[in-house]
Design a protein around this ligand. Structure first.
Ligand code: ATP
Ligand code: MG
Length: 477
């Protein structure tokens, strides 16, 4: 592979720019030759090199010193051009994964579908990817046209064609501070436009997740979507159903953790992407009672992200699905269950219905369950109960969740205020709080005999079924 001759290309790109200026044409429409990049120098693109991570430069320079081409690529270049510090750096190179691995002390080849190299420096992880070739017509696809595997290496120009949006297909070389732009990404950055590379329908068919990505980037960057890029989405949205749940989940998580979660969900709805796409979103966006709660939860999440704090996916999903849990909890209680087992049954139902589609990871599911099942315990304000709850490993998450419930008007604000005072108070204050709650009868302790059950208890039957089923020995497969 020949390294681009920078001098030649920049003269070329200047002339091209000049012609474009004179003719007033846009670069990435129609006959633009995407085999050759427009090359921008530091003065043209204005990237502040201080936004680069030292490790990204370490990787590109090590590769370059070994005789390979190496660039920062994708989202990091987009963010650099927008003056934002990238949260991670991807590197593209013409070195093969094996050649990359040999150059770094802690480097691991991962991935079956397409091998990439993880290069680690302490906690910092950089993904190094070999330029990929254009998707071949013979690449295996599913019955809807989704590309399943395509592992060929290629040139940088081919690599650029395979990327999703023009603003994500630029390459930055820290050594000479040049940006290589194959698809008019710079102009789209300036015009705040998301434009898919190639023929939109074909690109969505190859990988339907790109539809979710458009929405995420549009909401996060506050960019408009170019009309041809937007047009097929409502029609093609159902294709997302064929994508493995784990991938959809990853993308949803990125969307919710983008710092613009609320804007993203609103945009999903606008593009017709929420309906039937994820049961979660149907629930969230079409539930008038829950909307206030979800809005508050997402606002709080977005605020935490912009303040640089961490957000727990468990808390996030627990919030999104709370009103569904509430609904089922009420139903189980009406059917005669005690409050706590009723809540567990409701949580089971909701988690079961979401796991199938969303591939909720086990850890996230158990965090959600913890947060939900703590809620009735906040109502018990007598004796040792509040002190015990305070020691719960996930108390803080449960308490934050309680405050959201108060703020949304679901429960009385007084309960949240009591817990804030209890949480922040010293021992004497805490004792006073417990005593006064007991005196005023707001301690949540059972006052009278439990109501009679209406239906037969199901638990005994379930336990019996258990011991005769999977629990038994020699039960076959
Ligand atoms: P973020 O800031 O959220 O990380 P990103 O653009 O870096 O945004 P990644 O998922 O990290 O997103 O992907 C890195 C790059 O890989 C993208 O910029 C894009 O060039 C390419 N890419 C990622 N996903 C796809 C896809 N589904 N189809 C085509 N190209 C993709
Ligand atoms: Mg990225």
């Amino acid at each position: 592979m020949h390294p681009p001759k920078a001098g030649h290309y920049s003269t070329y790109s200047m002339i091209k720019k000049l012609i474009r200026k004179i003719l007033g044409t846009k670069s990435n429409k129609g006959g633009r030759n995407s085999d050759e990049p427009v090359i921008l120098g530091a003065a043209d693109h204005g990237i502040d090199p201080r936004l680069l991570s030292a490790n990204a430069v370490r990787v590109t320079s090590t590769l370059q010193e070994a005789g390979f081409e190496a660039f920062v690529v994708g989202g990091a270049v987009r963010d650099l051009l927008l003056g934002v510090k990238p949260k991670d750096f991807d590197i593209a190179t013409n070195a093969t994964p094996e050649q990359v691995r040999k150059l770094f002390r802690r480097a691991f080849i991962i991935g079956k579908r397409f091998q990439i190299v993880h290069v680690m420096f302490g906690q910092d992880l950089l993904e190094v990817t070999t330029f990929r070739g254009t998707a071949s017509a013979s690449a295996p696809k599913d019955e809807h046209g989704r590309v399943l595997r395509d592992n060929t290496f290629g040139s940088q120009a081919e690599d650029a064609v395979r990327r999703d949006f023009t603003i994500n297909a630029m390459y930055y070389n820290p050594a000479n501070e040049q940006v290589l732009d194959y698809h008019g990404g710079i102009e789209d950055i300036r015009a705040k436009t998301l434009r898919i590379i190639g023929q939109p329908e074909a690109r969505y068919r190859e990988d339907p997740v790109r539809m979710l990505r458009v929405v995420r980037f549009a909401a996060k960057l506050k960019f408009g979507i170019e009309p041809h890029t937007a047009a097929p989405i409502p029609v093609m949205a159902p294709l997302i159903n064929n994508v493995p749940a784990a991938r959809v989940f990853d993308e949803m998580l990125k969307l919710l953790m983008s710092g613009q979660a609320l804007a993203c969900l609103q945009q999903l709805r606008k593009e017709g992407l929420h309906h039937g796409l994820l049961p979660l979103l149907d629930v969230v966006l079409e539930q008038p009672l829950g909307i206030k709660f979800v809005t508050l939860a997402l606002d709080a999440t977005d605020a935490r992200i912009s303040a640089g704090k961490t957000v727990s996916p468990g808390f996030l999903f627990a919030s999104l699905l709370w009103h569904q849990v509430l609904e089922k909890w009420t139903a189980y209680r009406a059917a005669g269950e005690f409050p706590i087992p009723a809540l567990h049954l409701a949580a089971d139902d909701v988690l079961d219905s979401q796991t199938e589609k969303l591939a909720l990871q086990r850890k996230i599911g158990s965090d959600m369950r913890d947060i939900w099942s703590m809620q009735p315990r906040f109502e018990r304000r007598s004796g040792k109960s509040p002190h015990k709850l305070l020691e719960h490993l996930r108390f803080r998450a449960g308490y934050d969740f309680l405050l959201l419930r108060c703020a949304s008007g679901e429960i009385d604000a007084e309960l949240g205020e009591w817990w804030t005072a209890f949480y922040e108070g010293d021992e004497a204050t805490r004792d006073d709080l417990v005593n006064s709650a007991q005196r005023s009868g707001a301690d949540g302790a059972p006052k009278k005999k439990r109501p009679p059950r209406r239906g037969p208890r199901t638990r005994g039957a379930a336990a019996a079924a258990d011991s005769s089923g999977q629990g038994g020995q020699g039960g076959g497969e």
